[in-house]
Structure formats: structure tokens, C-alpha cells
Design a protein around this ligand. Structure first.
Ligand SMILES: Cc1cc2nc3c(=O)[nH]c(=O)nc-3n(C[C@H](O)[C@H](O)[C@H](O)COP(=O)(O)OP(=O)(O)OC[C@H]3O[C@@H](n4cnc5c(N)ncnc54)[C@H](O)[C@@H]3O)c2cc1C
Ligand SMILES: Cc1ncc(C[n+]2csc(CCOP(=O)(O)OP(=O)(O)O)c2C)c(N)n1
Ligand SMILES: [Mg+2]
Length: 576
């Protein structure tokens, strides 16, 4: 059998089990698009290639499978860049296929030529420029393997036009992959595992730090057993939300810059940290000088480069959690730690009474109330896809959920504009689940054109726009750390309702807290996509996210909500 390179692309996608791809065509990719109808693969036409990369990323995070994005050469390919970097920073497995000018033109500044392997070298796990059509099948097979194995990540295949046109009889990958220097961890060091168990057994104030790796390895259930057996409390990173049931008595919630006061306090007072599939991002740790000063530290991660990179550990174990965690569970001894748990609970109570949801509300709609209403209406069963900013932190703090669903959001790169296109990918991956995109008025306008994709695909994604008329998170920093100089953060916004309706989507505005629940219920009843604009407070205390660890401060130095009293978390010593 002889096929063109274009046909090999689709053959290999089908062989890898791909049934949906996200993309937008152009000259250098036309040969490949020409063959699309010969294959049983659904192509979602996005309106901007950034949307294709985010949709593939959302698809991957929701399904655990590799997401695929396709773009033409030059501007099409460079439009993918933000989405690729987003996937890289959050370890999301996507394969991007870009058209390239013909091999004889490469390096001549040909029409729509951009050096994509050069541009994406630091933001891909691996990339390829295919110069020989005979190698294409093997490269594609390898690309999927690299994207999903070990620590997952994005892979790019740059495909010159003549390679797409050329014929080959190599339509199957080589039987053996040749990947010198790439060896995902397989065996676990049993001795190290025993040392970790010994530390855990002798700890009195243990805290488990649950990261994205738990969700990606599908070990949430084992984590639950481990926490219950050892009596350790569990804090999670932004991307580890869902790794542990949020309402479980051992759950202390989000750690870090906007973490729960009692989670951060527990970390600072712990005598043992067990970090699982998390990479000690600076948003999660605060300043390292005084990070968990009393704690021995165990770190288990699939990427050797992460071990002892940020935090020096007492035991560092390289391994896939799906292979390590149940072995650790078998090795540790049962424990209770009732004193530790009641101390943490006293911090928890104190925090709760200071929370905005405990305040009598003054008729003004605030972000946390919107998310809490969403949680109540959906009973925490929806998949939330959050954009970046204050609303993202409220989604993490107030959308309590017990299912092992990830909060699908750009954590590492913090890419505004992620939510809407990512939600399209999530809904494609999980057609039977309820999907809510939660976005700010700033970020929503960065990829708003994907509303047309939503309509063309007839996807029932629900959108909660948290309109505070500001680039709110930046405004908050200006208020707290930049002398209240509100430069370039006020947004004179369009009429979102008319704008969204122009795309053919049902839209409703809510300004009164009393209307929030009914609007959410109505959107849920609606069969297709639905949009709610929540006019939330954008200024003053009600418009800010609390707690917040100021930049450069330690986790226990967080600023908590200033009313009714001003204090450091857990200490009552006055605010910073
Ligand atoms: C405005 C804003 C505010 C933020 N505030 C906070 C905050 O307050 N708190 C917070 O936590 N984050 C916050 N973040 C997010 C933060 O920047 C990081 O993205 C996040 O902390 C990373 O979480 P993670 O380490 O669990 O996930 P990742 O960055 O995805 O890392 C996952 C780790 O798991 C490992 N891994 C993957 N698969 C496996 C496997 N099978 N087995 C073992 N290991 C595996 C990987 O090698 C990697 O080390 C914020 C982001 C933004 C944009
Ligand atoms: C693409 C991009 N540009 C700039 C930033 C910096 N930034 C982080 S949060 C934020 C404000 C987001 O505003 P909005 O979308 O309205 O959300 P809000 O914080 O108001 O909830 C900005 C500008 C970013 N994260 N991403
Ligand atoms: Mg805003």
C-alpha cells in the first residue's frame, strides 16, 4: 500500500485512537485537509489557532487522552504558541501538527515560513521537522508516546508541504521506537520507599501535598486510603484540586498564595510533608526561606528534574504514582493523630468565621457567592473550566467537589483566554458531563471568538462571566502592593449580552444575589450553550481575593479578610 504523507497523518491519528482534532486550515496544510473526509475523524474548526491548542489541552485534561491541534504554517503555527506553552507548564499531553513550507524553501523567508521547531524548542517536550515521508508514520507514533508517557507534555510535528504530497510505502511505524535518552521511570526504589514509610510512621503532624500528578495518574482513590490510614491532612495545589474529596474531614483545601489560611498554617506547622505529583511552584510555596521550616520532606514525582529542584527533600522518589502509591500504602502503619487534627480544625473554624460567605451580605453580588451558588445548584458535579484571575481563585476556593475531577485551568503559565476554548475541548471529550466555563471580563475577550465554534459544534457549554469591569487580579495587586495606582486595569466593556446573543447564544445578566440561583438553574435546563453575566463587585474588600500571601512573604504571613478584625492567620497579631 502506498499513501501520501497527508494520508499517513490521518491513518496514524486513527491508529492512535484519535476521533476529534481541533484546527484551522491554510495553504501549507491544504494537502492534509484534502484527505480529511477519507477518515472517520471529526474536525472542530476553531476561529483562532490559540483556541485549537487550548481545546486540545482541555480535551486531554478531561479525558486523559492526547489532544490534537492542527494549524497551517507561519501565522497559523505561531498562533498555537501560547497554547503550547500553556500545555507545557501544566504537563498536558497534546500533539500539534503544523504545516511548513516545502523543504527546498526552508530557510529562505518563504511565504508564511516560521521556524516552528526553533520557536517551540523550549515549550515542547519534544518536536520534529519531518523531511522524509518514509519517517512520518514512525514519528507520529513516537510523538503520541512521548506526549503521554512519563511526565506528559506537548509535542509538535512540523510537516512541509512536499512531505504531505510525497508518496510512501512506510505506512506503519517501525516495530521498535528508538528514543535514546528518554526513559520514563518504571521501577521503584524499595529502600527509598521504606525510608519514606518510616518518616511517615514517626511523624506527629503530617501533611500530604496533593498535586496534578495524582489526577493524571488516576490515584485519587489510593490517596484517600493513604490519608485515612496515616491520619495525615491533605492540602492540594490549584491543579491538584479534585485529587482528594473537598468535603473530607482530612481535607484542608488549596495551599499557597491564595490558599486556605488553615492549609497554609498546617504546612508551616507540619513535621512532615509528603508531596505527591506536585512541583512546589512558587505560587504554592511562598518564600522558600521559611517554607515548612519544621518539616521533613518526602517528594514523589515522575520527573527526575523536579526532585530537589525547588525544595531540598529528605527522601526523593522517582516514579509514576500509579506504580508507587499503592506500594507506599501497603508499607505505612495506621495512625490517628487526633491532637494534630483538632489543632488544624481550630484553625479551620477561625478561618470560616472570617470568610466572606459568613458575612451578612449587603445586597451586592460578590465572586465567592456566585461560585458558591454554582456549587449548590450543580451539587459540585459539574466540570469547571476556569480562566485566569480573581474568578479563577474563587473557583478553586468555593467550588467544593468530591468527585476526582480536575479544575481545568491554566496554572503554570496563567493564560488568560484559556477557559472558553478549553471548555470546548472538555465538552467534546465528555459529552455527557455538565461543563461550566468561568471567566473574567478581561480574559473572556481574549478568545471570545470561540463562541462561534461553540455554536457551530452545538455544544451545551455553560459560561459564567464574572464581570467586575477590571483586570481584577492586577487591580488587586495595585491596591495592595502598588500604592493604589490603578494604571491600565479599568475595562470599558461592551454590552456582553448583545454580543453573546449575536453569536446565537442565550444570555442573561445577573446583578442581584437573589437572582443568581434561578439564572444558574435556567442555564442548566437550557439544552444548548448558555451565558450568564454576573455583575460582581470589583472594588474594595468585597472585590478582592482573600487570603493572599504577599509576594516574598511566607505562607503563614498571609493577609486574611480585614473585617471584622485584622489579624495574621491563626495568630491575631495584626495585619501586614
Ligand atoms: C493567578 C494564579 C494564582 C495561583 N495561585 C496558586 C495558589 O495559591 N496555590 C497553588 O497551588 N497554585 C496556584 N497557582 C497555580 C500554580 O502556578 C501552579 O500551576 C500549580 O501550583 C501547579 O500545581 P502542580 O504542581 O500540582 O501541577 P503541575 O505543575 O502540573 O505539576 C505536576 C507534577 O506532577 C508530576 N507528575 C505528572 N504525572 C505524574 C505521575 N503519573 N506520577 C508522578 N508524578 C507525576 C510532574 O512531573 C509535575 O512535577 C496559581 C496560578 C495563577 C495563574
Ligand atoms: C495573556 C495574559 N495577559 C496578562 C496576564 C496578567 N494577568 C493576570 S490576571 C489578569 C487580570 C484578569 O482579568 P479578568 O479576566 O477580568 O479576571 P478578574 O481577575 O477580574 O477576575 C491579568 C491581566 C495574564 N495572566 N495572561
Ligand atoms: Mg475582571
Amino acid at each position: 500500500m502506498r499513501l501520501t504523507g497527508a494520508q499517513v497523518v490521518w491513518e496514524m491519528l486513527a491508529r492512535e485512537g484519535v476521533d476529534v482534532v481541533f484546527g484551522l486550515p491554510g495553504g501549507a496544510m491544504l494537502d492534509t485537509y484534502h484527505c480529511l473526509r477519507e477518515y472517520d475523524i471529526h474536525h472542530v474548526l476553531v476561529r483562532h489557532e490559540q483556541g485549537a491548542a487550548h481545546a486540545a489541552d482541555g480535551y486531554a485534561r478531561a479525558s486523559g487522552r492526547v489532544g490534537v491541534a492542527i494549524a497551517t504554517s507561519g501565522p497559523g503555527a505561531t498562533n498555537l504558541v501560547t497554547g503550547i506553552a500553556t500545555a507545557m507548564l501544566d504537563s498536558s499531553p497534546i500533539v500539534c501538527i503544523t504545516g511548513q513550507v516545502g523543504t527546498s524553501l526552508i530557510g529562505t523567508d518563504a511565504f508564511q515560513e516560521a521556524d516552528m521547531t526553533g520557536i517551540t524548542l523550549p515549550i515542547t517536550k519534544h518536536n520534529y521537522l519531518v523531511t522524509d515521508v518514509d519517517e512520518l508514520a514512525s514519528i507520529m507514533h513516537e510523538a503520541f508516546y512521548v506526549a503521554r508517557s512519563g511526565r506528559p507534555g506537548p509535542v509538535l510535528i512540523d510537516l512541509p508541504k512536499d512531505v504531505q504530497q510525497a508518496k510512501t510505502s512506510c505506512v506503519e511505524p517501525l516495530a521498535e521506537m528508538r528514543l535514546p535518552g528518554y526513559q520514563p521511570a518504571e521501577d521503584v526504589d524499595v529502600e527509598l520507599l521504606q525510608r519514606a514509610a518510616d518518616l511517615l510512621n514517626s511523624a506527629e503532624r503530617p501533611v500530604i501535598l496533593a498535586g496534578h500528578g495524582i489526577l493524571m495518574s488516576g490515584t485519587a482513590q489510593v490517596l484517600k486510603q493513604l490519608a485515612e490510614k496515616t491520619g495525615a491532612v491533605v492540602a492540594w495545589t490549584l491543579l491538584g484540586k479534585g485529587a482528594f474529596p473537598n468535603s473530607h474531614p482530612l481535607s484542608v483545601g488549596l495551599m499557597g498564595m491564595h490558599g486556605e489560611a488553615f492549609a497554609n498554617q498546617a504546612i508551616q506547622e507540619a513535621d512532615l510533608l509528603l508531596a505527591l505529583g506536585m512541583r512546589f511552584d512558587d505560587r504554592a510555596t511562598g518564600t522558600l526561606e521559611s517554607y515548612a521550616p519544621k518539616a521533613r520532606k518526602i517528594h514523589i514525582d515522575a520527573d527526575a528534574a523536579e526532585l530537589n529542584k525547588i525544595v531540598t527533600t529528605d527522601v526523593a522518589i522517582l516514579g509514576d504514582l500509579s506504580n508507587v502509591l499503592d506500594k507506599l500504602l501497603d508499607t505505612v502503619e495506621p495512625n490517628g493523630h487526633s491532637q494534630w487534627l483538632s489543632l488544624v480544625d481550630s484553625w479551620r473554624k477561625q478561618s470560616r468565621t472570617r470568610d466572606i460567605l459568613s458575612k451578612p451580605h449587603n445586597g451586592r453580588l460578590v465572586g465567592p457567592f456566585v461560585i458558591d451558588s454554582l456549587r449548590k445548584e450543580t451539587q459540585g458535579d459539574a466540570i469547571v473550566v476556569a480562566d485566569v484571575g480573581q474568578h479563577q481563585m474563587w473557583a478553586a476556593l468555593y467550588y467544593g467537589q468530591d468527585r476526582p475531577d480536575p479544575l481545568i485551568t491554566s496554572g503554570g503559565l496563567g493564560t488568560m483566554g484559556f477557559a472558553l476554548p478549553a471548555a470546548i475541548g472538555v465538552q467534546m471529550a465528555l459529552p455527557d458531563r455538565e461543563v461550566w466555563a468561568v471567566a473574567g471580563d478581561g480574559g473572556f475577550q481574549m478568545t471570545i471568538q470561540e463562541l462561534a465554534t461553540l455554536v457551530q459544534e452545538d455544544l451545551p457549554v455553560k459560561i459564567a462571566l464574572m464581570n467586575n469591569s477590571y483586570l481584577g487580579m492586577v487591580r488587586q495587586w495595585q491596591e495592595m502592593f502598588y500604592e493604589k495606582r490603578y494604571e491600565a486595569t479599568y475595562l470599558a466593556n461592551p454590552d456582553f449580552i448583545r454580543l453573546v446573543e449575536a453569536y446565537g447564544i442565550s444570555a442573561r445578566r445577573v446583578a442581584d444575589p437573589k437572582d443568581a440561583a434561578a439564572a444558574i438553574a435556567e442555564a442548566r435546563r437550557h439544552g444548548g450553550p448558555a451565558f450568564i453575566e454576573f455583575e460582581v463587585a470589583g472594588e474594595g474588600e468585597d472585590g478582592n481575593v482573600y487570603p493572599i500571601v504577599p509576594p516574598g512573604a511566607a505562607l503563614h504571613e498571609m493577609v486574611t479578610r480585614p473585617e471584622p478584625c485584622v489579624e495574621l492567620a491563626g495568630t491575631r497579631e495584626g495585619n501586614r
